[in-house]
Design a protein around this ligand. Sequence first.
Ligand SMILES: [Zn+2]
Length: 323
Amino acid sequence: MTEPHKSSANLVFAADLGGTHLRGALVDPEGVIHTHWKQQTPKASSAECVIRALVEVANECQRQRGIDALRAACILVPGTLDSANETVTQAPNLPSLNQFHLKPALEARFGIPVLLENDSNAAAVGETWQGAAKGARNVLCITLGTGVGGGILLDGKLFRGTHGIAGELGHTTLDPFNGPECKCGNRGCLEMFASATAIVRMTLESLSSYPDSILQDTRLTAAKVFEAGKRGDQLALQIFSIVGAYLGVGIANLINVLGPEVVVVGGGVANGWSLFEASMRAQVLKRAFPSLTQLVSIKPAQCGDNAGLLGAAHLAWTSLPSD
Ligand SMILES: [Zn+2]
């Protein structure tokens, strides 16, 4: 065995600090993932435990790749950051990080430049670098998971807004007066109609009207509703049609405001694309300016679970001075 070539150390560390899993990867400047590692996110209450776990994952990735130096790191946080992207403002699933100065703490531990980014913002960057929006300058990325996240790229750059909290596409209002209450305090947010949580809630609400549905007597999950839809279950098809309709209204609003080239729909619920695409497109055509809808391409995401990690890697690479 020869020693790894020196250029093999030309890698950044990208990590996605999810509520359940902590995933890390080493990524080169071309967007190739060289190695990755996944473990449980520590449930302990201190920020120190989270930092230790991030260091462990980075060390494991370096061990697998046989290198002892990294260029930079970017850590994705499921929450909001301050305007300087140094402090976690609020991470509902990792409350020990609330108001914690995570960036300086990680830089002290890693000894390399460390960036922090919101996970949905990074997914938008990843899809624009290597996925469905490759090469586009103005991109909206909507991530349909347990909640609904979003990221906006304008003129090729991530748009963070004045205080670093822009792009919360899941909390745009679609039904202000009759819509269900959202945990953000608003009513009728997109998240209340297009998330995995919403799919389960809406299916339960309609179950009594569909006595023949194969979803009767099952412990509902969004994935089960999707499987039932693929088998032609009328209740499941109706639910996905509603998901698409609300999503389409939300996308139409965003198209009229921002005039993007590409709208990417990702996250676990986007697996149901074939079941919600028609009702989504129908609403977009009905509501957005025809001059804009002719120019925009609405697509499912392509990077899957790796969108965030790739976005993190791209942000890390572009933060470094070019050699
Ligand atoms: Zn909301």
